[in-house]
Write a protein that binds this ligand. Structure first.
Ligand code: PLP
Length: 356
C-alpha cells in the first residue's frame, strides 16, 4: 500500500536522534547538565513561598511577561523594548529557527555547538556549515569571516558548550560586523565569563543575544529564557511569533523576585568561578588529562582511552559527569559541571582515587 504523506513525514522525523536528555540517577551528585547547585535550595524555597502570595493561577498571566521583561531590563541595563522572553532559551531558539530559517537558509556555527541547536537545524532540515575547534580548543576568527559570505545566519554559543571557549570581545564584534545576516550569540553562561556583548545590540542591528536564568540564577526548572535584539525584531517576535502566554505564572513571579536579588547571584557566580579555577588546577596537577580553560560553569578535559572507564567508575560512586567522546581534535572528552565546593571536592577526590 502506498504510504501517505503523513506516515512518510513521521517516518523521516523518527529517523532523527532528537536532543538526548541526560540519564537520570537518583541520589547522585549531578555534575552533568551545567545546572547551578551553588545556589542554596533554601534560597529558592523562600522565593517560591513568597511567589505563592503573588499569584492566582486561575487567571492567564496577563501582563506577566511584560513585568518580567521590565525586571530583566533593570538587570541587564537595556531598554525593555529590546527584550523578548521564552520558555527557556531552547524555545526561543526553536521559534527563531522555525520562523526565520528554512531549507534554503544556510547556518554557520562551530563544531561542537549547543546540541539542541544542532538538533533543531536537523529537524527543520536547515543546512549548516560547521567550523572546527583547533588543537588549543579555540576557534579562529578568520575561519568564520572566510565563510560568512556563504551563510545567512550565524549562531555561536559564547561561552561555547561544551568547550568553555569565548572569543575576545573585539574579535566577536568584528565578526558580527562582517556578517550581513542575523548573528545569534547564545550567552547562556555569560555570567561566568569575562564579558557580555549584549550592549552591542544597541548599535548592531543584526545582533541577537540569547540569555537564560537557568545557569547563573540556578532556575533551570522554571524555564525562563530571554533575548535582546533591535526593537523591530522584538516587536515582531513578541506580538506575532511568540505564544500569547509563553511562561507560566510561577515562573514569572519567581523570576521577578530572583532578579531583585541579582547581587546574591553575582556572588554565587564568583564562587563558581573560583571553584572552576580550583578544578582546572587540581585536574592539571594529576598530569594525565588535557584540561581546557573555561569561561563557563563547567570544565572540559580529555581522558583519552580512559574516559569511559572513568565515567562509569564515577557513576558507581554516585557522581555523574558528561561523557562526550571526541571533541575537536581530542578523544575521550569529559565535561564536569562546577557544583558546590563539597560536590567538587568529592569529584576531585574520587577521580584521584581512580588514578591511584
Ligand atoms: C549554550 C546553551 N544555550 C541554551 C541552553 C538552554 O537554556 P534554557 O534552559 O534557557 O533552555 C543551554 C543549556 O544547556 C546551553 O548550553
Amino acid at each position: 500500500m502506498k504510504k501517505n504523506w503523513f506516515e512518510k513525514k513521521i517516518e523521516n522525523i523518527s529517523k532523527l536522534s532528537g536532543y538526548k536528555k541526560p540519564d537520570k540517577y537518583s541520589n547522585a551528585i549531578k555534575l552533568d547538565s551545567n545546572e547551578n547547585y551553588a545556589v542554596d535550595i533554601s534560597f529558592f524555597q523562600d522565593l517560591i513561598n513568597q511567589t505563592k502570595e503573588k499569584m492566582d493561577v486561575r487567571e492567564y498571566p496577563l501582563g506577566g511577561t511584560e513585568r518580567l521583561v521590565a525586571s530583566l531590563a533593570d538587570y541587564i541595563k537595556m531598554p525593555k523594548e529590546m527584550i523578548g522572553v521564552g520558555n527557556g532559551s531552547d524555545q526561543i531558539i526553536d521559534l527563531m529557527l522555525g520562523n526565520l530559517a528554512s531549507k534554503e537558509t544556510r547556518i554557520l556555527t562551530s563544531e561542537p555547538t549547543f546540541g539542541f541547536f544542532e538538533e533543531r537545524c536537523k529537524l527543520y532540515a536547515i543546512p549548516t556549515k560547521k567550523i572546527q575547534f583547533d588543537g588549543q580548543m579555540s576557534l579562529r576568527l578568520e575561519d568564520f569571516v572566510a565563510n560568512s559570505k556563504k551563510a545567512d545566519i550565524l549562531y555561536l554559543d559564547s561561552p561555547n558548550n561544551p568547550t568553555g571557549f569565548q572569543f575576545p570581545r573585539k574579535q566577536l564584534e568584528k565578526l558580527v560586523q562582517s556578517f550581513d545576516g542575523p548573528v545569534i550569540i547564545d550567552e547562556a553562561y555569560v555570567e561566568f565569563a569575562d564579558y557580555s556583548i549584549v550592549d552591542a545590540t544597541k548599535k548592531m542591528n543584526n545582533l541577537i543575544v540569547l540569555r537564560t536564568l537557568s545557569k547563573s540564577f540556578g532556575l533551570a526548572g522554571l524555564r525562563i529564557g530571554y533575548f535582546v535584539a533591535n526593537k523591530k525584531t522584538i516587536d515582531a517576535f513578541s506580538r506575532v511569533i511568540q505564544y500569547p502566554y509563553p511562561l507560566n505564572t510561577v515562573a514569572i513571579e519567581a523570576g521577578i523576585l530572583a532578579l531583585k536579588r541579582s547581587k546574591y547571584f553575582e556572588n554565587v557566580a564568583n564562587l563558581v568561578k573560583k571553584e572552576r579555577s580550583r578544578i582546572i588546577e587540581k585536574l592539571r596537577e594529576m598530569n594525565v588529562f588535557r584540561v581546557f580553560d573555561s569561561k563557563a560553569n563547567f570544565v572540559l578535559f580529555s581522558a583519552d582511552g580512559a574516559s569511559k572507564r572513568i565515567h562509569k567508575a564515577l557513576i558507581e560512586q554516585g557522581i555523574v559527569i558528561k561523557n562526550l567522546g571526541k571533541v575537536g581534535k581530542y578523544e575521550g572528552c569529559l565535561r564536569v559541571t562546577v557544583g558546590t565546593q563539597e560536590m567538587n571536592s568529592r569529584f576531585l577526590t574520587a577521580i584521584r582515587d581512580l588514578l591511584n
